[in-house]
Design a protein around this ligand. Structure first.
Ligand code: CUA
Length: 333
C-alpha cells in the first residue's frame, strides 16, 4: 500500500520496488512519519517568517503585549504531539515484533556470511553462494522463508532493501530473519555492516521465482557433476564445507593446509617426519584427519573425520580436484 503521493515517487528516489510481506507496514509508517513531519514543519516555518515580518522593529513600533498563559493552547500542543508519538512507537513496535516473531512452517535456509561473500544452504542440501554478484539466493514466491544466519569471521549485516528486511549477523551465534517474497524478480542483497576492505563488494542477488522454478533450481543445486571428476570434486569441496578451512585456487579459509601446490610433493608433518602427498595421504586425511598432521597446523582447530559423510567415489573426486591444483600457488599464510 502506498501512502498519499508515495506512488508518484520514482523507485530510485526513495525505496526500491517492494517485494515482500513487510513492505506495506514499513512503507506506510515511513510515509506517515514523513507527512506528519511535513504537516508540522511547513506551517511552523511559514508562521515564523510571517511573525518575523509582522513584529519586526521599526520606527514608532512599541511591541505587542506578551501572552503569558493559554491553558487550552498548552493542553493541545502537549496532548496532540504525545498521541502522535505514541502512535508512531506503537506502529513501529508492532512492525518490529512481526519481523522478529518467526512463523511456523517456514522454508529454512542456512546462511553463512564471510569476508566477503555469502553461502546459502537449502533444505535439500543444495548450496549456492559466492562473492559479489555471484552470490545468488533463490526463493519461491509467496512462501514464508526463514534464514538461519551465522558469520565465519566478523560482524556482517544482511539487507534486502526490496524486502525491507535487515538483520545483523553476529559471529559466535545464530541470527534469524524471515519474510515472504511477494513478487517474482531479481533484487539486490547487501552487507550493511562495515566488515573490512571489501565490504562494499559484499553484494548478492535474490531471485524470487515460481514454486516450479524453485523446485527445478533445488534439483540443480544438489546435482553432482559426476561426468567430470575435477568439477565434481570442486562441488564437494564447496558443498561439504572443505572450503571453510582449506584454500583452493584463490578461495577458501586459511585455518587448514592449502590444497594448492601440494600434490606429488613430500610434505613436512607435525611429528617431524615427511609424507608423500598422494592419493593415500589425502584419503587418510579425510577419514582420519589427526593421523598425519601437517607441520604448522598442530594448533589449528581439529578437523572432523569425514568417514561416513563422503562416499568412496566422492573421495576419488576430491582427490582429482586436489590433484588438479598441483601447480597453483598457496596463499600467503
Ligand atoms: Cu560483510 Cu560488510
Amino acid at each position: 500500500m502506498h501512502f498519499l503521493l508515495a506512488d508518484k515517487v520514482p523507485d530510485y528516489a526513495w525505496f526500491p520496488t517492494g517485494a515482500s510481506n513487510f513492505v506495506p507496514q514499513v512503507d506506510f509508517l515511513f510515509w506517515a512519519i514523513t507527512w506528519i513531519s511535513a504537516a508540522f514543519f511547513i506551517p511552523i516555518v511559514i508562521a515564523m517568517i510571517y511573525f518575523m515580518w509582522k513584529y519586526r522593529d521599526r520606527p514608532g513600533y512599541r511591541g505587542a503585549p506578551e501572552a503569558l498563559h493559554n491553558t487550552p493552547l498548552e493542553i493541545t500542543w502537549t496532548v496532540v504531539p504525545t498521541l502522535i508519538v505514541v502512535w508512531i512507537f506503537w506502529e513501529g513496535a508492532v512492525g518490529y515484533l512481526d519481523m522478529t516473531r518467526m512463523p511456523k512452517g517456514t522454508i529454512d535456509i542456512q546462511l553463512e556470511a564471510y569476508q566477503w561473500g555469502w553461502s546459502f544452504k537449502y533444505p535439500n542440501g543444495g548450496e549456492t553462494g559466492g562473492k559479489g554478484k555471484d552470490a545468488l539466493l533463490c526463493l519461491p514466491v509467496n512462501k514464508d522463508v526463514k534464514l538461519v544466519m551465522r558469520s565465519r569471521d566478523v560482524l556482517h549485516s544482511f539487507y534486502i532493501p526490496s524486502f525491507r528486511a535487515k538483520r545483523d549477523i553476529v559471529p559466535g551465534r545464530y541470527s534469524y530473519i524471515w519474510f515472504r517474497p511477494t513478487k517474482e524478480g531479481i533484487y539486490d542483497l547487501f552487507c550493511t555492516e562495515y566488515c573490512g576492505d571489501n565490504h562494499s563488494e559484499m553484494l548478492g542477488q535474490v531471485k524470487v521465482v515460481s514454486e516450479e522454478e524453485y523446485q527445478k533450481f533445488l534439483e540443480e543445486a544438489v546435482k553432482e557433476d559426476k561426468e567430470n571428476p575435477v568439477k565434481w570434486g570442486e562441488q564437494i569441496y564447496n558443498r561439504k564445507g572443505c572450503a571453510t578451512c582449506h584454500w583452493a585456487r584463490n578461495d577458501g579459509g586459511k585455518i587448514g593446509p592449502s590444497y594448492n601446490g601440494s600434490w606429488g610433493k613430500q610434505v613436512a608433518l607435525e611429528s617431524g617426519s615427511e609424507v608423500l602427498f598422494d592419493e593415500n595421504y589425502v584419503r587418510e586425511s579425510i577419514l582420519n584427519p589427526q593421523a598425519k598432521k601437517r607441520k604448522g597446523y598442530g594448533a589449528a582447530s581439529p578437523m572432523n573425520p569425514y568417514g561416513g559423510l563422503l562416499k568412496d567415489e566422492q573421495i576419488d573426486a576430491l582427490i582429482a580436484f586436489i590433484k588438479s591444483l598441483e601447480n597453483e600457488v598457496p596463499p600467503a599464510k
